[in-house]
Design a protein around this ligand. Structure first.
Ligand code: PLP
Length: 395
């Protein structure tokens, strides 16, 4: 069993493999170096620019703004730093609702039925307050959005359309430029949740008619607790980028880390994702051959390269995850057959049969995943599935 040291880290006395990169990614050591530099050397307050300490910190923030904008084809002034995607989403939705509130009617929102909880919950609060009304756009059994349904819904009147760029459970990639264009045709604002897509697939706001795009550093090898909202609107007020009058004390180390993560993704994303995709495909082949009965969920033609979402018939996902928990970190997503967690709204929206929801396992590869780790993980996973099956049969 791995031991906990005084610093809370495990000693490597037992091999273990991390395959939960949709939840979070390991910080790239090059990013960590930038964060440490910003904590120890450039420690000034970026809003206190009466001296060079503050000026240096402000300049780090501005460099990060440029790097972040560059990865998403944005104008640097349109990048607002936040504590992560959840805060960015709340800011964007709040801004949209207040912008459209002038008519004195609830804001009419369309959201895909597989949006992340951060979007659904933020919208829910505005609905409860009587300021918004939400209709959901259906998806098919691969979690693909139905654009005709979107158009039909828009034609009945809409103020804001919310769609994710890639799904956090099954990895399906969405045609966000097309969605934003349809929203704009009907005079609506649009929010693109790029949290899972950012740094994994090319995604650019340049020429895209989206009003808000959100992202988070910890999904792209950056630190936790920092993200961005990209919007041509002055979402945080006209002076939010002006040093000395900015919005609170900026999280300079986190922001510098996000900037560095974006710079590295600009350079390395395509190569990394190509390698990750080849590893994922070989793991998929191996599981299909060694487990036998198995369904792969999501859109196999358009999914994130690091995503492998499977369902094993008759094998409850929580039992498998429990057997693996010290050796292989993978996830049930939100779908837990024990009932301890609520069933996945994504798998339900896809209309998957009960066994595919109950047996769902989400595997997430990253740039640090190696062939040897996958060999180990596949062996452990196949063993856990067979052992769970045997236990179910003898119960
Ligand atoms: N949106 C999506 C698609 C996500 O996957 C997540 C996190 O899992 C979030 C939003 C929330 O991100 P954060 O952890 O930065 O608040």
């Amino acid at each position: 069993m791995p031991e906990l040291t005084a610093r809370g880290m495990s000693s490597p006395s037992q091999r273990r493999v991390y395959l939960d990169s949709h939840a979070t990614t390991a910080v790239d050591p090059r990013v960590a170096q930038v964060v440490i530099g910003a904590m120890t050397t450039v420690f000034g307050n970026a809003n206190s620019i009466d001296h060079v300490y503050g000026e240096e910190a402000a300049s780090l923030v501005e460099c990060a703004r440029v790097e972040t904008a560059a990865l998403f084809g944005a104008v640097a002034d349109d990048v607002y730093f936040t504590s992560g995607a959840s805060e960015s989403i709340r800011l964007a939705i709040g801004h949209a609702i207040v912008t459209r509130a002038s008519r004195g009617l609830p804001c009419r929102v369309l959201a895909s039925s597989v949006e992340h909880r951060a979007v659904l919950d933020a919208l829910g609060e505005w609905v409860t307050a009587g300021s918004a009304r939400v209709d959901y756009i259906p998806v098919d059994d691969r979690a693909r959005i139905e654009l005709d349904a979107l158009r039909a819904a828009c034609s009945r009147g809409v103020d804001l359309v919310c769609v994710m760029a890639a799904n956090n459970e099954v990895g399906t990639i969405y045609p966000v430029a097309e969605v934003a264009r349809i929203a704009s045709e009907y005079g609506a604002l649009s929010l693109v949740d790029a949290t899972q897509a950012a740094g994994r697939i090319p995604i650019s706001v340049e020429g895209m008619e989206c009003t808000y795009m959100v992202l988070s550093a910890h999904k792209m090898y950056g630190p936790k607790g920092v993200g961005a909202l990209i919007s041509p609107y002055a979402v945080l007020g006209a002076h939010s980028h002006t040093p000395g009058v900015g919005y609170g004390t900026p999280n300079v180390p986190g922001i510098a880390g996000l900037g560095e993560a974006c710079r590295l993704r600009s350079l390395e994303m395509l190569g990394d994702e190509c390698r990750i995709g080849a590893l994922r495909d070989s793991l998929q082949r191996r599981l299909l051959s060694d487990i036998g009965e198995l369904e792969v969920n999501g859109d196999l033609d358009r999914r994130l390269s690091g995503n492998l979402h499977i369902s094993v018939p008759g094998v409850p996902n929580d039992a498998v995850v429990a057997r693996l928990r010290r050796r292989v970190a993978l996830s049930t997503g939100a779908a837990c057959s024990s009932g301890a967690q609520s069933p996945s709204h994504v798998l339900r929206a896809m209309g998957l049969p009960q066994w595919r929801q109950a047996g769902a396992l989400r595997i997430g590869l990253s740039r640090t995943t190696t062939e040897s780790e996958l060999e180990f993980a596949a062996y452990q996973l196949v063993r856990a599935v067979h052992a769970t099956r045997r236990a179910m049969m003898s119960a």
